[in-house]
Design a protein around this ligand. Structure first.
Ligand SMILES: Nc1ncnc2c1ncn2[C@@H]1O[C@H](COP(=O)(O)OP(=O)(O)O)[C@@H](O)[C@H]1O
Ligand SMILES: [Mg+2]
Ligand SMILES: [Zn+2]
Length: 370
């Protein structure tokens, strides 16, 4: 069963857009006062609500209820019930033209943009062009867009969205009202996916949701897709299934191995490594994850205040582990180990026996007296 949760739970009003408070407030105020701009640029990481916001704005400027009811207009939201709102929701809004520069969908519209933009909307007050992944437009398309942005016909609105702001020419960005979309923090993502689980009647371990939120790295769409995938592989959302789906060895394994290193338990460390290798995991990736893991132990040891920052991307349990391991050895030990692992890692990438440089390095580090 594929629920396509990210579609089902797409926010229906601006107020439901999480983690973008400033943007929401400014857009709603403009909607209340009927002073929305002619061109917007939404930029920021993937899965943070840019396309969603673009569709919401396209509903707001055209919503029939808003136009007829001045009282309703003061809410600064679409009604989601009128003909226009439902057409746009189902992707059938005749005057909402979505162009995906990444996939070339609707790219003809851009080529003829000047003409298309000049002709009056067919059935809505405003013709809205949503240009997704705008940084991928080709030269001629940029020029057509630029010309139209310079003198936009009054019945037209542009909403550009991109993950790569720097790739857009300043001639374009300077003509749009810009909003930076931000990564969502772990707690916000957890709350939302917990609510989805509840609504869908899915059973879950709280820690599993935390791991999903961490793996999604600030993007709610990724979190929702992960939830979908995990759920389709097992009825209950557990840490174990999440780990399998995200295909990384969880922090648990790194923790176990790091513990063997800081306690200088050479025999068990070698055994552990051998077993990992046999289990078929990518040992090069493991070495890389291990370096990051040790680096985090060390930096947390040096500055306990980093905990707050780490808390945005790691689970609470992960952080406790890091702190405890940090207390078990001197900073010098970690520094030496990290340096040696970095050099082992570059050897591993070109070695036909990736395990060997790693093994030898571990033996060297754990044997020395320091
Ligand atoms: N800020 C957000 N608040 C609530 N849901 C969000 C948010 N950002 C993304 N989502 C969820 O992810 C899905 C995809 O978001 P989308 O707007 O396409 O992201 P983007 O265009 O930034 O990549 C939405 O349908 C929604 O379920
Ligand atoms: Mg998008
Ligand atoms: Zn409406």
């Amino acid at each position: 069963m594929t629920l396509a949760l990210y579609r089902k739970y797409r926010p229906k009003i601006l107020a439901d857009l999480l983690g973008q408070e400033m943007t929401v407030q400014i857009l709603r105020n403009a909607a209340r006062e009927n002073s929305l701009a002619h061109a917007y640029l939404f930029y920021g990481p993937r899965g943070t609500g840019k396309t969603t916001a673009a569709r919401l704005v396209s509903k707001i400027v055209n919503c029939e209820t808003r136009i007829l009811n001045k009282e309703f207009q003061k809410g600064g939201e679409p009604c989601n019930q009128c003909r226009v709102c439902s057409e746009i929701d189902s992707g059938n809004g005749l005057d909402v033209i979505e162009i995906d520069a990444a996939s070339n969908r609707g790219i003809d519209e851009i080529r003829n943009l000047k003409e298309v933009a000049r002709t009056a909307p067919i059935s809505y007050p405003r013709k809205v062009f949503i240009v997704d992944e705008a940084h991928m437009l080709t030269g001629p398309a940029f020029n057509a867009l630029l010309k139209t942005l310079e003198e936009p016909p009054p019945h037209v609105m542009f909403i550009l969205a991109t993950t790569e702001y720097e790739k857009l020419p300043a001639t374009i960005t300077s003509r749009a009202q810009r909003f930076a979309f931000k990564k969502l923090d772990k707690e916000t993502i957890m709350k939302k996916i917990a609510a989805i689980c509840k609504a869908e009647g899915l059973k879950y371990e709280a820690d599993a949701l935390e791991l999903i939120a961490v793996a999604a790295d600030g993007g709610l769409r990724d979190a929702e897709s992960l939830l979908d995938q995990v759920h389709s592989s097992a009825p209950t959302i557990t840490i174990k299934t999440v780990e399998e789906v995200i295909g990384r060895i969880g922090f648990k394994k790194l923790h176990e191995f790091a513990e063997l290193l800081v306690t200088k338990n050479l025999p068990l460390a070698i055994k552990y490594l051998g077993e990992l290798n046999e289990s078929g995991i990518n040992i090069v990736q493991f070495a890389k994850d291990l370096i990051h893991y040790l680096r985090r132990i060390l930096s947390l040891k040096m500055n306990p205040e980093l905990e707050e920052m780490f808390n945005k991307e790691l689970t609470r349990e992960d952080i406790t582990d890091l702190r405890e391991l940090g207390a078990m050895a001197e900073a010098e030990f970690f520094i030496k180990l990290i340096k040696a692992l970095i050099s082992a890692y570059s050897d591993m990438r070109y070695s036909p026996f990736a395990i060997v440089p790693l093994e030898v390095t571990i033996i060297e580090c754990l044997q020395s007296r320091s």
